[in-house]
Design a protein around this ligand. Structure first.
Ligand code: PLP
Length: 341
């Protein structure tokens, strides 16, 4: 048995999803003539109660477009030090938009309204970069799938309004957050200027992210996506997967979360595990005791057919997902319980 727990991006389209893709009506989306892409963008925009949406080939491109929409060169983005837009987009924010970061020292990738307020540069003091955008990540990737209380996001929104800051949500795993916290897409749509959501992670699509905003902003986003080379032609085949995922793969995220918690409980029983970070969604981050190295654990599990990944030195990551089934879960729990060093 091969069990891949390195990320929720490893999922493959199910036969039912493939059937939906195969049957999609398509056209040339560069001329905005792909009916399935148009329908998908409409559905996602309505779901969030936002005016418009645009389909992207990746979450990175959707985030990079949002940054370009919300800033000018020289401006500063305020976000947590572990943010994907800072750490894992290959320096795109500076390469594409010429912006820099004020990195806040949040908890598990999450920041607070007070920290944001503290992090804003005085716009009259012309020596410092102009604070222009706050970037939120929910759930947090490096923070181990932690997710925000809506109340804190509302407080941060108020700080943004008071200080003329754009408010962007990197919601690659927002679906997981909404399931875990019983929140609704419209609650997020009402808060943020721009939101990116990913379909190729927990929702199991092969490709695709969507950027949400108001009509004017999405019109500008269309041009930026073109500049970034993100136009796709008969993309309806991919959008059909997104529509299928919205209808079938959201509520089941709860299963991934439950399995993640069960894995966490098992890891806590293991003598070779020092810390298991709190588990809120589908990401488990744990640290081994000093006498056991990261690679020893990864290698030993690999020999048993289980792949997990290294998040950073001393921190290992397991991610549960759609293709991680109960039978695999039972095998992994048993394997972990028997593993010794
Ligand atoms: C995966 C991810 C993205 C986007 O990644 P792509 O691989 O470009 O789709 C953005 N933000 C976070 C937090 C992510 O985990």
């Amino acid at each position: 048995m091969e069990i891949n727990l390195i990320s929720d991006t490893v999922t493959k389209p199910s036969p039912e999803m493939l059937k939906a893709m195969f049957n999609a009506k398509v056209g040339d989306d560069v001329f905005k003539q792909d009916p399935t892409v148009n329908e998908f963008e409409r559905i996602v925009a309505d779901l969030f109660g936002m005016e418009a949406a645009l389909f992207f080939p990746s979450g990175t491109m959707a985030n990079q477009t949002a940054i370009k929409l919300n800033t000018n060169p020289g401006d500063q983005i305020i976000c947590d030090k572990w943010s994907h837009i800072h750490l894992y987009e290959s320096g795109g924010a500076s390469a594409n938009s010429g912006v820099n970061f004020n990195l806040l020292d949040g908890k598990r990738g999450m920041i607070t309204a007070d920290m944001v307020k503290e992090g804003i540069n005085d716009p009259e003091f012309y020596h410092t970069p102009f604070s222009k955008m706050v970037g939120i990540e929910n759930t947090t990737n490096k923070g181990g799938g932690a997710c925000y209380e809506l109340e804190e996001l509302q407080k941060i929104k108020q700080v943004c309004v008071d200080n003329n800051l754009k408010y962007h949500l990197d919601g690659a795993r927002l679906w997981n957050a909404m399931i875990a916290k019983k929140q609704h897409p419209k609650q997020f749509g009402a808060l943020f200027d721009t939101i990116s959501v990913c379909f190729s992670k927990g929702l199991g699509c092969p490709v695709g992210s969507v950027l949400l905003s108001d009509k004017e902003t999405i019109k500008r986003a269309l041009r930026i996506r073109k500049i970034f080379g993100g136009n796709m032609r008969q993309a309806g085949y991919l959008a059909a997967a997104g529509i299928y995922a919205l209808q079938n793969n959201i509520n089941r995220l709860e299963e991934d979360h439950n399995r993640a918690k069960e894995l966490g409980k098992q890891l806590e029983q293991c003598s070779w595990v020092k810390i298991v970070e709190p588990i809120e969604t589908n990401i488990i981050i744990f640290s081994p005791i000093e006498s056991v190295s990261d690679t020893e654990i990864i290698d030993k599990l690999k020999q048993k057919g289980i792949s997990i990944s290294l998040m950073s030195k001393g921190k290992l990551r397991i991610v549960t997902h759609l293709d991680y089934r109960q039978i695999m879960h039972e095998y992994v729990l048993e394997t972990l319980s028997k593993l010794t060093f």
